[in-house]
Ligand binder design. Structure first.
Ligand code: CUA
Length: 155
């Protein structure tokens, strides 16, 4: 079968691109540990009651003074709710889910992460402005997804 020269060039170029893209995925996965958004901490989603911070999700002050909020997302609520934290202090959020993937977005701030069953998503954020913030689930998680909201109170 005769394939025109230009056609062959394009076929080889397209194939080379595909190989390159796949190579980049493998390379970043291996060398830069590109993973689900998290610091790659896992937790057994079927046995969260055995993990104290998620068995009783709450705002905690650690011995070194850091404030850590463990949040358990589930259909269709966040725990704890409301979350009360002080202003102008770094707050570390640790999220996981007990069922499906949920979102955790503090509306009007850059606090935004996914709560993924089996993973602990962690981020640290400082809220400069006291007030009440809405926490929205921004991943479609089921029939009542639109009603999955929580409250963050910054004092
Ligand atoms: Cu939880 Cu949408």
């Amino acid at each position: 079968m005769h394939v025109h020269l230009y056609e062959r060039i394009w076929m080889w170029a397209a194939s080379a691109l595909i190989v390159m893209f796949l190579g980049v995925i493998v390379l970043t996965a291996v060398t830069q540990a590109v993973q689900p958004p998290s610091h790659v901490e896992t937790v057994d989603p079927t046995n969260l009651s055995a993990v104290p911070e998620f068995a009783e999700p709450a705002v905690r002050t650690l011995a070194d003074g850091r404030i850590v909020v463990s949040v358990l997302a589930g259909m269709f609520a966040f725990a704890p709710d409301p979350i009360e934290v002080p202003a102008n202090v770094p707050i570390t959020f640790r999220l996981t889910s007990q069922d499906v993937v949920h979102g955790f977005q503090v509306v009007g701030t850059n606090a935004n992460a996914m709560a993924i069953p089996g993973y602990v998503s962690q981020f640290t954020v400082t809220f400069a402005k006291p007030g009440e913030y809405t926490i929205a689930c921004n991943e479609y998680c089921g029939l009542m997804h639109h009603a999955m909201v929580g409250k963050l109170v910054v004092k």
